[in-house]
Design a protein around this ligand. Sequence first.
Ligand SMILES: *Cc1c(COP(=O)(O)O)cnc(C)c1O
Length: 383
Amino acid sequence: MYIPFHKPYITEDEVSGLLDTVRSGWLTMGPKTFEFEREFLSYVGSEHAVAVNSGTSALHLALKAIDLKEGEEVIVPTMTFTATAEVVCYCNAKPVLVDIDRTTGNIDISAVEKAITPRTRAIIPVHYGGLPCDMDQISDIAEANKLFVIEDAAHSLPASYKGKPVGSIGDLTCFSFYATKPLAAGEGGMVTTENEEWAERMRILRLHGISKDAWKRYSNGGSWYYEVLETGYKYNMTDLQASLGLSQLRKLDKMWEMRKHIAQKYTEAFSDVEQLITPYLNSDRVSSYHLYALKINPGVLNIDRAEFIEILKERGIGTSVHFIPLHRHPFYQNAFSYGVEDFPEAEWVYERIISLPIYPGMSEAEVGYVIQTVTDVCEKHRK
Ligand SMILES: *Cc1c(COP(=O)(O)O)cnc(C)c1O
């Protein structure tokens, strides 16, 4: 048996939707993209949705929307993918890395408070693995210090905090539709916001800073005239991605149910295993179950995390590690002098985490095989 870490859930819906789009002759940003934006914003309950070509572009445009300037600071958890922080560098601003809470994997609220300086403009909480951060506490800190909250929701579709869907909470929320994310369009991203001015600016910036959606130039009623207002980007989504996105959006709830079922099976099986710590779930929020980040308990095992992963690989199970904290990467160490001693909680988590396969379409037999193998490795390598 070989079980990859991830497989996108692609059925006939995606294939026929994509073929329709190809046959329509409209390949780049156009009617499908706008249809996807409309359905997406009604799904998450936001006012505006701006589709782009990646989650990274979404984060970058969100920072442009708040007009982040050179020398300013943005607070980012260290336990994330480099995209969350690199976009701050795109603006010649400084990503200020902070530690996380070891239980949830989410940003540590007290560390955020300590990191605020007069140069701080925004906080980018990451809903780790799909579990929403404590948004009430984050909003309170942001309000008290006049900071913007830009949520990195790359993992958290669908997810909710105290009944509010992620995408309708912070000032700006950024989603990713990368191939392994809960809604997979190959590549793609979306920013949601209640602020019309920001949405308009991001629409302009995603296509070269052009004043009018350029696609209209070529349609029947369109005119040839347009104006470049500022340095923009080539960040637009294509209708090919949007048609995949639409098919995936329409079965998002079903895919969520399937991941939730797998997470429950894992937790049921592992919660009594002394060598393992199962992912935490807060009772006031709903996770997307994007990741199942299992932790090992090194005190009672005679192998470390890397060896555990190697053994699972030999036995046909693909896994991953989310994440190698940013402060461990040469770039962040060299550019900002971060060191492992500054982030004890993230270090504690990093030493222990293994992301197990969790995706819609995984069979009961495959889930059973993962459970049996992980349990068996724990038993064989008990200290
Ligand atoms: C995947 C990911 C991103 C970037 O999304 P892309 O669509 O790959 O650009 C940003 N933040 C986090 C936490 C991610 O996992």
